[in-house]
Design a binder for this molecule. Structure first.
Ligand code: FAD
Length: 298
């Protein structure tokens, strides 16, 4: 199909882009990697009057280590750059390990970090990782800048707190889930029909154990099971203070299945998502306990 008519602008600075978005408000759509927007425009699921192509803005494409050991990532950074970054691998290895699960490399060559987060597909990996890592999103407009946590940013399926005139400019990720020798351990896993498909169910687990293997802190985030990524607090509480062994993990797996209330769709039934959600949550925790056995790219 052909898209409906729109006016095309290609600002070359952030200030110019924000002015353009301010001027056109709700009528404007930002074009980043175009991997989600262009199919939607071509199928006329989106009919913006104005398309603001941000690809010529140089200062939105960066991966910068922060003094606290985390990373600041410009919204226009390509997904493939994150996948290849040695800083990402060293500082937030769970992010590096999850990147190859996003579509195919041709999509990651164009798709941006900010585009995936702004698009807010509930089955997408990057929103879930930012949620799990307790990141921050910097939203800029011509007159203001605000910083939101993922829990306040993601509202529901393809819906975020971005206001007309706002651009997501930076993603900040703190130093959690560090390399295996550090106290935070991690696991990532998803189930999809074919390599590169969106996840039917996915899990990101972060685990902090003391020297005796007792759980000090846990974060279990599931995606593809609700309108936004969700943390399974009851399962996290079941881990706290326990030695994480087989029977604790069985309990956690059961609790995760009980807590999930996913919809059925053409890809999978609700019952399947509940069942498999418990299984992969357990597997991500097993991987976290012994990173050497962790399935880093599944
Ligand atoms: C075949 C195929 C398979 C895919 N598989 C997966 C997958 O498995 N997992 C996955 O997560 N994704 C998948 N994707 C989507 C891909 O990751 C996209 O790159 C991503 O969803 C959107 O990023 P983009 O940079 O292309 O954004 P665009 O398509 O350019 O924009 C997407 C939306 O976000 C808005 N937007 C973009 N950037 C900003 C910004 N900085 N501030 C405010 N709004 C902004 C746009 O206006 C638009 O509404 C797949 C895509 C395809 C085509």
């Amino acid at each position: 199909m052909k898209p409906a008519k729109f006016e095309y602008f290609a600002p070359t600075s952030l200030a110019e882009a924000l002015e353009l978005l301010h001027e056109h408000g709700d009528d404007a759509k930002v074009l980043a990697g175009g991997q989600s927007l262009m199919p939607m425009i071509n199928m006329r699921l989106a009919r913006p009057k104005v398309v603001a192509d941000i690809n010529r803005i140089p200062d939105l494409d960066y991966i910068s280590p922060t003094p606290d050991g985390g990373l600041a990532i410009g919204a226009l950074t390509r997904q493939r750059s994150v996948e290849k970054s040695t800083d990402v691998k060293a500082r937030i290895p769970v992010l590096a390990a999850a990147m190859p699960s996003i579509g195919h490399f041709q999509i990651r060559n164009r798709g941006t970090v900010g585009g995936s987060i702004s698009h807010a597909d509930p089955s997408a990996e990057l929103p879930a990782l930012c949620f799990a890592l307790d990141g921050e999103f910097v939203l800029s407009s011509a007159s203001n800048q605000r910083v939101l946590k993922p829990v306040d940013f993601f509202i529901s399926h393809l819906t975020t707190a971005l206001e007309p005139g706002e651009l997501l400019t930076e993603i900040r990720l703190p130093a959690r889930a560090l390399a295996p020798s550090e106290e935070w351990r991690w696991g990532f896993q998803e189930v999809c029909r074919r390599q590169g498909d969106f996840a039917m169910v996915g899990a990101v687990s972060l685990l902090k154990l003391d020297g005796g293997g007792i759980c000090q802190s846990a974060c279990i985030t599931m995606f593809g099971v609700a309108g936004t990524p969700v943390r399974i607090r009851r399962a996290e509480e079941a881990l706290l203070g326990s030695r994480v062994n087989g029977s604790v993990l069985q309990d956690v797996s059961r609790i995760v299945s009980e807590e999930l209330d996913p919809d059925s769709d053409i890809h999978a039934s609700s019952a399947y998502r509940k069942e498999i959600g418990g299984v992969i949550a357990r597997r991500t925790l097993e991987a976290a306990i012994d990173r050497r056995n962790g399935d880093e790219t599944a």
